[in-house]
Each structure stands twice: as C-alpha cells, then as structure tokens.
Design a protein around this ligand. Structure first.
Ligand code: NDP
Length: 405
C-alpha cells in the first residue's frame, strides 16, 4: 500500500496523476494537491471517468511549510512528487524532512527574484536527508530526467569512457497559436533568455543568449522531424552530469526555436515584458513577466489541436574496447497521441511520464538510499524498460551525422 501526494495541478501534474492512476497496484492512494483545489478536482473527475480511480484532492500553498507539513502528517504518504514550480522546491523539501516523507521533482530550485537556477541550493540538503534516512530524487522529468538516464545507460552499457555529450531537444509541433510556451511561461522565458553556458575541457564557457548577436546555432537532422535550427542553450542537467560522468570533456545542450517564436520573444523582451523586477502600474506593483503569463495560453490547454512530434535525445562520442564510437539515444513523442491518452500535449507528457516512473522506482525499492540524488546516480535499467512500457519508447542507433566542433 503506497500513498503518494502530487503537488501542482498544472500541465505536468495532470499527466503524472493520470499515469499514476494507470498503475493502481503501485499507487494505491493518490492525492493531488495544489493552490487551487478546483484544478485538482477537474483532473480527479477526468481520472474517475477514464479509469474509475478515485483521486483525493486538497488546497495547499506549498510555500507555507507549516501548513504543508501538517497536511503531509495527516495523509502520511510514502512519497511527494513535486510538479509545482521551481520556486517551491526548498519549501517542499523542508516539509518532507519535517514529516518524514521521500521527495521527487522535475526542475531545480530557482529564486523568484533572480533568473538563475542551480543545484547548489538542493544539494545543500544532502546531509539532512541522510540523517533522516530519506531519499530526494532531483530532476526526474525528460530534460532533466530521461536525458540523464540515457547518459547513465550509455555509461553502463555502451562506453568505457564518454568524452562528449550533445543533448538535442526538438519540438517539431504546431499548437496553432501565434505564440505560446509548452510549459509554465514564466519559467520557460526565464530559462531561454539566460546567457548560454556549456562545459569544455574542465570549465564553463559563456556564449550569447539565443536572442543576442552571435548566438550559436546549427541545423540538426532529427529523426522523423527532419532538419531543424537548434540553438545552444544552458540547461540544468549539464551541471550534475559534469559531476557524475567521469572523464567528460564536453557537454552541450541544443534546443529548436522557430523564427516565429524568436520574433515574438524578441519583441516582448525589447518592450520590457520579460522583466522580473516589480513595476509600478495603476497604483500597484506588478512583475511584467507574471502579467505576460496571465495573457498567454495555459500550456495545459494547448493539447487539443497540437500536431507534430517532440524528438529529444543525446549524442555520445567516446571509447568502447579501445575503439571510438558514436551513439544516439532518443525518444519521439506525438502530441496528438499524448492528447488522446491523457488530454495533454507532448511536452507535459514527456515530463509527467518519467516523474511517474521515478516514483515507481522509489516505491518498489529499485531506487533506494538516503540523501539527495540526481537520476544519473541511480540504476538506469528498470527505468529504461518502463519508458518503453509506459509510452516513451526509445531507440539507440550509431550516430553518423555531424555536429559543430
Ligand atoms: P504549470 O504552471 O502548468 O503548473 C504549476 C502548478 O503548480 C499549477 O497548478 C500551480 O497552481 C501550482 N502551484 C504554483 N505555485 C504553487 C504553490 N505555492 N503551492 C501550490 N501549488 C502551486 O506548470 P507545468 O505543469 O508546465 O510545469 C510544472 C513543473 O514541471 C515546473 O517546475 C517546470 O519547470 C517543470 N518542467 C520540467 C520539465 C522537464 O523535462 N524536466 C519540462 C517541463 C516542465 P495555479 O494553477 O494556482 O497557478
């Protein structure tokens, strides 16, 4: 009997809750809690209709550590799956420590007033989780998440030494809106407007942000989706992979952006709509990016008319038995198929399914231990099998394409 609490009833929360409900033998009691209980009830209602599973709901402000601790003490779950926003990570980890509950999330902490995410804030909890005998698994979505698992799998089965990793993320989909983001607009825009960093020969190198002159991009020929312009971007999994893949000489992250997306973002940035500092308006302080979020389509609502696919994977270059080899591990996910299954687009789907699988690994004791873990530190084999079984099948092929130096 495993009770779980899922925090956050957005696009990703919808998918995680439905995928957990598809496994009632493992997730015997599911609670979905969020700031607005109405959103939780709407998802619970769909799950009752789809699978005949009763999901229990509650309203909670996860930034209120005392209230969340009380709720967890009442429910007594084995695990919390945090799919609220990165701002809540530390508060939810505190409540888990106080209530004695294991923890899993999909995005690393970032302070609301500084657009800068890094693992140091959450790695600092290592000793406290060890002392309480609890496990915290960080970054178990797709990227971070599955991309880290692909690295752990390549390290375990395909290479004696991985020298370079290129993570390539394409959304070759069309949602039909002039401009929308595929996950929380505030978090998404903060991420993609940052200065770009990648790791080479033992240090981080900075290059211009995607909208600036000199931004680095090239056309990559993605399986199924074809050639797409892919931009160098900083992404959080690189920070932990540099630490956990020994001998790594270079790691980069590339993401596709359409000209239309970049044009809209450039205009929004030029007129100040992506600012995260407070601005006086009509006698009150508003944060322009939060106001913009209120105007943009809710990512959870994009699924209905979304066509096309996401293609996300890793290209590895390294040595096996003294010979150089290059491998590409990737997944293709179809927006319309995801919508048919769980009424979500593929970006929410590719994040929510791995969060459910990570929770499954923890509850079944496949992943166990006390402390704070990134997923590449845990055994990848069962997780890779479950990806194939739970809707995110992957391929591994010899890589024959070209990448920039
Ligand atoms: P949404 O904005 O759609 O959903 C976030 C949910 O969290 C909303 O229901 C929101 O409530 C709730 N929430 C926000 N603040 C609080 C709070 N203080 N207390 C309780 N609930 C709160 O975001 P997404 O579903 O798109 O993304 C969820 C997470 O997944 C994010 O952290 C995102 O960064 C991560 N992500 C990870 C990816 C990966 O591959 N690793 C990819 C995509 C996303 P309300 O509705 O009231 O605002």
């Amino acid at each position: 009997m495993s009770t779980i609490v899922i925090i956050g009833a957005g696009g990703v929360g919808n998918v995680v809750t439905k995928k957990c409900a598809q496994h009632p033998d493992i997730f015997t009691e599911i609670w979905l809690v969020s700031r607005s209980e109405a959103k939780c009830r709407a998802i619970a209602g769909e799950i009752d209709t789809l699978y005949g599973v009763k999901v229990r709901t509650a309203a909670i402000d996860a930034d209120d550590v005392a209230a969340l601790t009380n709720l967890l003490r009442q429910i007594r779950p084995k695990l919390v799956i945090n799919v609220a926003l990165p701002y809540q990570d530390l508060h939810i980890m505190e409540a888990c420590l106080a209530a004695g509950v294991d923890y899993l999330d999909t995005a690393n902490y970032e302070p609301p007033d500084v657009a800068h995410f890094e693992y140091s804030h959450q790695w600092a909890y290592q000793q406290r989780f060890i002392e309480r005998g609890l496990m915290a698994v960080l970054g178990c979505g797709f990227d971070p998440g599955v991309t880290n698992i692909f690295c752990a799998y390549a390290q375990k089965h395909l290479f004696d030494r991985i020298e370079t990793i290129d993570i390539l993320d394409a959304n070759a989909g069309d949602h039909g809106h002039p401009f929308a983001t595929n996950f929380n607009p505030e978090i998404n825009i903060r991420e993609v407007t940052q200065t770009v960093r990648h790791w080479r020969d033992g240090k981080w190198l900075e290059t211009p942000a995607i909208l600036e002159d000199g931004a680095i991009h090239f056309s990559f020929d993605y399986p199924v989706a074809g050639p797409k312009e892919s931009y160098l971007l900083y992404h959080e999994e690189m920070e932990s992979l540099v630490k956990h893949i020994p001998g790594l000489k270079r790691i980069r992250f590339w993401m596709t952006f359409s000209e239309n997306y970049l044009t809209h973002l450039r205009v929004l940035q030029n007129v100040g709509m992506t600012r995260i500092d407070p601005v006086e308006f009509g006698g009150q302080q508003i944060i322009p990016l939060q106001f913009l979020k209120a105007l943009l389509p809710d990512p959870g609502s994009l699924g209905e008319n979304y066509s096309g696919k996401t293609v996300i994977g890793c290209v590895f270059d390294g040595l096996k038995d003294g010979k150089r080899q290059r491998k590409y591990i990737y997944n293709v996910c179809d927006h319309a198929e995801a919508f048919r299954e769980v009424r979500a687009q593929a970006v929410s789907y590719t994040t929510g399914v791995p969060a459910m699988i990570g929770a499954m690994m923890m509850l079944q004791g496949v992943w166990r231990g006390a402390g704070v873990y990134n997923v590449e530190q845990l055994d990848p084999d069962r997780f890779m099998d479950e990806l194939n079984r739970c809707g995110l099948p992957w391929q591994v092929v010899n890589f024959t394409g070209t990448l920039p130096d």
